[in-house]
Design a protein around this ligand. Structure first.
Ligand code: PGA
Length: 258
């Protein structure tokens, strides 16, 4: 069975006090309620990662991810953070290609391939984000966009590394907007992504790759989304900043595993 994953992307939120409180609460809820097939991940800002790994390390089933890394190994890149630095402080995975970084930092596909390669050099897993804009969906180009995002990036990654990749489908029009893809839309795109992974790698890898949904996922819509055959969990933004809400979303995923 594919691994189920609930990942919280905190984005550029939380003070130190808020981060410590949230890490502590998530840590506690994972200790109280977990499942061997569920992986819980939190992705706080870089500056809180050491605290997060220090606290999370004691917990079964809670992993810490970074929201980004630089594409070069090390050197004169003021203000940047390398994959090696992340690995050295206990981070296990990195979110790569989030639409906010594609948009605001102009990250291109060649750079994303380099970032993923750096992660693999450090034995880090990758949560690779794809998703179309509203304009692309409205003009019926959503499959074309996602196919390109998969082919031009994961197409450059050898199948031997595929087990270190999780894909997150995040329609840009649903991120932070309160609009969610309906279960039919999510299932349709997740099945499409799985078919593309089969073309890029092979059928076995495609079947074993977890594909997460992201974009205004919350306790109200998680049940319908997680009921879809090809939705293996969620990449949660806003709702991951509230410990209670995040715990409810985790419990909904656990109920699917029972
Ligand atoms: P959201 O963000 O849940 O706040 O829409 C999801 C994401 O961008 O990862």
């Amino acid at each position: 069975m594919r691994k189920k994953i609930i990942a919280g992307n905190w984005k550029m939120n939380t003070s130190l006090a808020e981060a410590l409180s949230l890490i502590g609460q998530v840590n506690l809820s994972v200790q109280q309620q977990t499942h061997p097939l569920l992986q819980t991940i939190i992705a706080p800002p870089f500056i809180w990662l050491t605290e997060a790994t220090r606290i999370a390390v004691t917990t079964n089933g809670l992993q810490v991810a970074a929201q980004n890394c630089h594409h070069e190994k090390s050197g004169a890149y003021t203000g940047e953070v390398s994959a090696a630095m992340l690995a050295s402080c206990g981070v296990k995975s990195v979110i790569i290609g989030h639409s906010e970084r594609r948009q605001y930092q102009r990250e291109n596909h060649a750079e994303l391939v380099q970032k993923i390669t750096r992660c693999f050099e450090e034995q880090l897993h990758v949560i690779y984000c794809v998703g179309e804009t509203l304009e692309e969906r409205d003009t019926n180009r959503h499959f074309e966009t996602v196919k390109k995002q998969l082919q031009e990036v994961l197409g450059e990654i050898n199948a031997e590394h595929a087990s270190s990749v999780v894909v997150a489908y995040e329609p840009v029009w649903a991120i932070g907007t309160g609009k969610t893809a309906g279960p039919d839309q999510a299932q349709e795109m997740h099945a499409f992504i799985r078919k593309e992974l089969q073309t890029i790698w092979n059928a076995e890898v495609a079947q074993n790759t977890s594909i997460l949904y992201g974009g205004s996922c919350n306790s109200g819509n998680a049940d319908a989304l997680f009921s879809c055959a090809d939705v293996d969990g969620g990449l949660i933004g806003g709702a991951s900043l509230k410990a209670d809400e995040f715990a409810v979303i985790r419990n909904i995923m656990i109920s699917k595993l029972a």
